[in-house]
Design a protein around this ligand. Structure first.
Ligand code: 3PG
Length: 212
């Protein structure tokens, strides 16, 4: 059976990243993304305020699936799960975080970039992983190669994805979704230009529809 997050990603296979120091700004950014058709949002843990940003989005929006990204340690994973994170994304593969998320019943997408890492993820029981940093790790040709041997594995390319290469990544059947920060440009957000965020989200949804 498809999980709720898989259903959402099937409809709009894009995971925008929010990296903000301000909960109020993060909430407005999340609402702008939702207005553009994106409902699965990753808040990256790269500032002291990141968890507060995630909590604010969870409290002040409706209909979004909100997860935490750049989760580096088991303590961070436990902390964001206690705060309500609905999925976890990591830049790399840490078994302890994966098994903890399994035990909690929360989807987890650890980063992989080699066949060895994908195989370790497979052995742990994962059937979907982040592919990071997607453009530097070999992009579409590398994903085709990995997809040909790991038939059941689904990938979430992130890192260097943009409106320019989104369609190419989403054209691969092994790609469950693409993640990225291009949808939330720091200058637009800082200027309060949330309509630009909505516009970028709409554009990404249109690219996805054309690619699928
Ligand atoms: C991540 O955390 O997945 C990456 O830093 C996102 O990369 P991007 O900024 O190139 O989208």
């Amino acid at each position: 059976m498809q999980s709720e997050i898989e259903k959402r990603l099937a409809a709009a296979p894009i995971v925008p990243l929010i990296g903000s120091d301000s909960p109020a700004e993060a909430v407005e950014t999340a609402k702008a993304l939702q207005a553009g058709g994106l409902t699965v949002i990753e808040v990256v843990l790269r500032s002291d305020a990141a968890q507060a940003c995630m909590e604010a989005i969870l409290a002040e929006t409706d209909g979004l699936i909100v997860g935490a990204g750049t989760v580096l340690t088991i303590d961070q994973a436990k902390s964001v799960l206690d705060a309500g994170a609905q999925f976890i994304v990591c830049p790399g593969l840490v078994d302890e975080i994966v098994t903890h998320c399994f035990a909690e019943g929360v989807p987890v997408y650890p980063g992989t970039m080699t066949a060895g890492e994908v195989q370790r993820a497979y052995a742990l029981g994962l059937r979907a992983v982040k592919f990071f940093p997607a453009s530097l790790a070999g992009g579409v040709p590398m994903l085709k190669a990995l997809g040909s041997v790991f038939g059941e594995m689904r990938f979430m390319p992130t890192g260097g994805v943009s409106a320019q290469n989104l369609g190419e990544f989403l054209g691969l059947p092994s790609v469950i979704a693409c993640g990225g920060s291009w949808l939330t440009p720091k200058d637009a957000v800082a200027a309060g230009d949330y309509s630009q965020v909505t516009q970028l989200a709409r554009e990404a949804v249109a690219i996805a529809q054309a690619a699928r």
